[in-house]
Design a protein around this ligand. Structure first.
Ligand SMILES: Nc1ncnc2c1ncn2[C@@H]1O[C@H](COP(=O)(O)OP(=O)(O)OP(=O)(O)O)[C@@H](O)[C@H]1O
Ligand SMILES: [Mg+2]
Length: 173
């Protein structure tokens, strides 16, 4: 257990791995999802995950795995035009955002962004850079980069809650 108040590391080692194919990306996303699912009932506020990486890096693929951890089994399409897709589970609500086409961060205010970032919700955000200034801070960042023929992925914690989830994820990978 990392004790932040005692001044211990607030940024423990990220989880990093090479993902040989799409199946491994889904599996990696699922490991993160399992840790989020286990933590969500205890969360006092939304769990926020930023998904970073270039076009086609594997952010939506990772989200598919994350959603599978909660019990979702269908396809996952990126909500590029609607900006957010909601998923309801017994343990939590997961909101999958894709802000690629967001013109201005203020549009998030008009869509009532605060209603999504509540306790027992997990907010997964592709292209969070588009919402800078309005989006809440991330608890975790999942980064995916192309490393032919596969991908390199990392998950890092950005808050005390993120550290707890990351430690949970370490037991899954
Ligand atoms: N580890 C991997 N190795 C090779 N290809 C992969 C891997 N993981 C995912 N892919 C492939 O990468 C492609 C793009 O994935 P995805 O749609 O998840 O990207 P994205 O980051 O969400 O892109 P966008 O920014 O456009 O939303 C898909 O065809 C998927 O099969
Ligand atoms: Mg995507």
């Amino acid at each position: 257990m990392v004790d932040i108040q005692q001044g211990a590391a607030i940024n423990p080692t990220p989880i990093e791995t090479y993902l040989a194919d799409e199946t491994e990306t889904v599996a990696f996303g699922k490991c993160l999802g399992l840790a989020l699912r286990d933590y969500a009932p205890n969360a006092k506020q939304a769990l926020v995950v930023f998904l970073e990486g270039d076009l086609g890096a594997g952010k939506t693929t990772s989200t598919r795995g994350l959603l599978q951890a909660f019990g979702h089994s269908g396809p996952v399409k990126s909500p590029t035009y609607t900006l957010v897709e909601p998923y309801e589970f017994d343990s939590a609500r997961v909101y999958h955002f894709d802000l690629y086409r967001l013109g201005d961060p203020e549009e998030l205010e008009y869509m009532g962004i605060r209603d999504y970032f509540t306790a027992q919700s997990v907010c997964v955000v592709e292209w969070p850079s588009r919402g800078m200034g309005v989006l809440p801070e991330a608890d975790l960042r999942l980064k995916v980069t192309t490393e032919a023929p596969g991908r390199r992925a990392s998950v890092e914690a950005c808050s005390a809650v993120g550290i707890a989830v990351l430690e949970g994820m370490r037991t899954e990978v």
